[in-house]
Design a protein around this ligand. Sequence first.
Ligand code: GAP
Length: 523
Amino acid sequence: MGITPKISSDNKLMEKVTALCKRRGFIFPGSEIYGGLANSWDYGPYGVELKNNIKKAWWESNVYLRNDIYGMDAAIIMHPKTWEASGHIKNFSDPVIKCSACGALIRSDKVWDEIWNSPWFLSLRETLSGEKDSSYLLRWAQHEGKKLSPNLSLVKDPEVTMSWMADLHHTFHGVDLDFKNFAGMIACSSSGVPKTPCPICGNALPDTCTSVNLMLETYLGPVKETAEQVFLRPETAQGMFVNFANILDSRHPKLPFGLAQIGKSFRNEITPGNFTFRTREFEQMEIEYFCRPEDSDKVYEEWVEIRKKWYLDLGIKPENIRFRRHAEDELAHYAKACTDVEYFFPWGWSELEGIANRADFDLKQHAEYSGRDLTYFDAVEKKRFFPHIIEPSGGVDRCLLAFLTDAYHEEQVKEDTRVVLRLNAKLAPVKAAVLPLLKNRDEIVGIAKKLSGELKKKMNAVYDDTANIGKLYRRQDEVGTLFCVTVDMETLADKQVTVRDRDSMQQVRIPLENVEKYISDKL
Ligand code: GAP
């Protein structure tokens, strides 16, 4: 049958990370007070810091620390012709199947992923696990099935469906076949011919599929009837291609050189989900690196290594990241080669970034559609040509989710479980928290506030006196704060404070005036 169950690392981990995000103010469900807007997320106080730190680390290594990459910030809404030239109007679509019963649109290439994760299928699998007789199945159809998948034929017509399920089970007995997965399929057709069930309602899906374009449309102008129809960009890349001539004219760079941009992109994804992993509004960090055609293979390999180093330097565990080369038939219409940077999320390996060799596709297309000369003039060889483009293109939100998941740790400390985010020092939202041991002693509070004020000038530091010291440590560990500085009664006499390290939990006593230097040195 070619059906393999999904491999999951730790189902509970995602629930824990999601709960921590809400509890501590990293990520909230979007528009929550109105019941939420499906798959939209808002970054809270710690989330925005972490996001900014990721973007800062990316910008620093790709723009500030290099001499050959220029930063950019292009408009989100671009001339509609951009999307004709780029191929998005024609090719940026997904194949979908529409369920005739509930109207759900399902990506035809992801149907089985959806089924394996659907509540009714998980429940049915559970019922079929172990040596149980058919009465369990009947009971499931009459109760859970009725609620979860009312259009599944096992629910609508249990006796008939069960009888041919039994036949099939008998036929395939002893064959290397995961009957529990297979059951999802056969349970949806009473005709004896296995069908693919709708992941939402269980109805048999039609065999035909259509395709839908993924770009979000809007109108430019206050009166819709006369306004121009435009698109919200589905990638930041095109803003860099259309500015290629402007960069040549204003900065006069020599090949190879690149453009870098961080910004929002929008896609009408058919099946968003997995927390912030796939959303309709997201942020990208993209580089378009222009090089001589004959150098493109070498430059492409170099970028794979550069990006690998970036993730590892920022603390991603090597066993949780891999670099997967696309097979020929997997390549996008514009790409000559592509390597996906994948992270082992709790639901399995998934893409964080794509590093593509786009050859001369983009500049040629925009030159043709705009009528402008987008070639590069080589003053030595006295010839014009279209440079080739290597594109490392990552998602900020996915990157953040990977760093969060990777950093999440639980450890046993005496009777307690300590939750700690072991984020890299560059990424940690808060570098130091100053905590007064007693919040009703003005002298202690005064020293702590003064110290946090001094630290704030150098790093992201906070003052917190909203709970007892045990709780405060726990909260700071959960958001990955690198150092907790405690001001206590003894401070009044010896002018020293206790600095506690997040990872080792070791405490050192140091003079007040040395705290900033001590922490800065460690950072
Ligand atoms: N310019 C090339 C490009 O956009 P892509 O593979 O479609 O390539 C690049 O997207 C990255 O953008 C992905 O690796 C992913 O990190 C991020 N991304 C794409 N679609 C996304 C979505 N719906 N939600 C969150 N991130 C997304």
